[in-house]
Ligand binder design. Structure first.
Ligand SMILES: Cc1cc2nc3c(=O)[nH]c(=O)nc-3n(C[C@H](O)[C@H](O)[C@H](O)COP(=O)(O)OP(=O)(O)OC[C@H]3O[C@@H](n4cnc5c(N)ncnc54)[C@H](O)[C@@H]3O)c2cc1C
Length: 393
């Protein structure tokens, strides 16, 4: 199938099958909506659109980062788009890691069922007691004993933990290594293992989602897994994390463009239809016109930046694209928040109800300026890179 055809088919699917379900989906518990979501996943498989981001060799559509970015914009316009096509975080990142670094045994046991949508997974790096922005200091340790790792530690914001089969856990395996970036490893921990303690699903802005929508606090109490569960090798934790995050940020940023376009559309529709006491509509007021013009310019600019970064990853790799990735991460997140906020303001009281999708966007996406690197961290990193060249003058 040609890429343009894939895009049209996916757009039709999202608009016809997902938009109509949203009011119910947004207000239902995970267990209630799971059968319907599974049904939709089977439908996506049957029409040959499953796993757009995965190489053909592994059963996906084999799209480039730039192409998959365009798909993420379409899927991102609905909260379950990525999930239904099996390209949602954190599973998508874990699939990428397993494809690139997994042994044959790890791939058979974990990657196959993940690709098929039979299981879900999570990624546990952030800790309540250590700053997650630069996670070189962590309190989760794995001691090596008789071919096993003995793991103790405390994590939180482990997204999608609830109901996941396994976690990829970032932990310290070599605390004495002089190179701080070689102290951590990524280890697969099946969540049924003795000593894995579920503490709670954390409430986010008043909502504690279940299943894929959960963000858990967890503890590892003397958890034992074989050393063969390490990904790559001992000490590769940070280099793998870097590889995982590059393409992941393109997907998130383009997903946000989907949210922007949907919010923009709702804002414009409301502006032309809401009549005021003076006989004019909201669209006749200059403040609203400014918001519409500014939003259009900001969305277009953000999309171009993201496409540029995606193209650079595809042609030069994620490492050489670090600056562009930092730029899009903070720029696109802020554009999205501005656009959603303006759309809510134009809707007045209606904007903060769950009668439109806008309040859900506002609630869920505030986090975008924090996860995958807070705004301030990306800006500081980018500025230091730029200033380096001036210091050598
Ligand atoms: C919805 C959501 C889902 C998440 N999912 C996962 C997941 O699945 N797995 C996982 O491991 N983690 C996950 N996280 C955690 C996320 O990666 C961290 O929250 C993030 O890395 C920031 O770490 P922290 O919260 O410890 O903040 P801290 O490191 O304590 O930083 C707090 C604030 O300080 C400021 N700051 C930090 N460093 C600097 C600096 N160098 N210069 C200037 N200002 C700075 C920033 O404003 C930052 O927001 C998730 C978070 C959210 C909100």
């Amino acid at each position: 199938m040609k890429f343009e055809q894939i895009k049209i088919k996916i757009k039709n699917f999202v608009e016809q099958e997902l938009y109509t379900l949203e009011p119910w989906i947004l207000n239902s518990e995970w267990n209630e909506k799971l059968p319907k979501l599974n049904e939709l996943r089977e439908k996506v498989k049957s029409i040959g659109l499953w796993l757009p981001q995965i190489p053909k060799k592994y059963g996906g559509l084999g799209l480039t980062n730039a192409e998959h970015g365009e798909i993420c914009e379409i899927l991102g316009s609905s909260p379950y788009g990525l999930y239904v096509f099996n390209c949602q975080a954190p599973d998508a990142g874990n699939m990428e890691i397993l494809i690139e670094f997994g042994t044959k045994e790890q791939q058979n046991k974990y990657l196959g069922p993940l690709l098929n949508g039979d299981i879900r997974s999570c990624f546990a790096m952030t800790e309540p007691n250590h700053a997650g922005s630069n996670p070189v200091r962590m309190g989760t340790f794995a001691k090596k004993e008789k071919g096993n790792y003995l793991i103790n530690g405390h994590k939180w914001f482990t997204s999608s933990f609830d109901g996941a089969e396994f976690a990829i856990v970032m932990l310290i395996t070599d605390p004495e290594n002089e190179n701080i970036h070689k102290r951590a490893s990524q280890v697969i921990v099946p969540l049924e293992t003795d000593g894995v303690e579920f503490v709670r699903n954390i409430q986010i802005m008043g909502h504690a989602g279940g299943g894929w929508e959960s963000h858990a606090e967890i503890k590892f109490n003397n958890v034992i897994v074989p050393q063969s569960n390490v990904l790559g090798g001992d000490g590769d934790g940070f280099s793998i994390a870097q590889k995982r995050l590059g393409p992941g940020r393109i997907h998130h940023c383009m997903r946000w463009m989907g949210i922007c376009e949907r919010s923009f559309d709702l804002m414009c529709k409301r502006a032309v239809s809401r009549e005021l006491a003076d006989g004019q509509t909201l669209a006749d007021k200059q403040t609203i016109q400014n918001w519409i013009a500014e939003s259009r310019a900001e969305i277009n600019a953000a999309r171009l930046l993201i496409k540029d970064a995606a193209h650079k990853i595809d042609t030069q790799g994620a490492y050489k694209t670090r600056n562009e990735i930092s730029i899009i991460k903070f720029y696109a997140a802020n554009v999205m928040q501005n656009v959603v906020d303006r759309a809510i303001q134009v809707h007045g009281a209606l904007g903060i109800t769950d009668d439109t999708i806008l309040a859900a966007y506002y609630r869920h996406e505030r986090a975008s300026r924090i996860y995958d690197g807070a705004d301030e961290v990306h800006k500081s990193r980018l500025a230091r890179q730029i200033l380096k060249t001036y210091k050598s003058i």
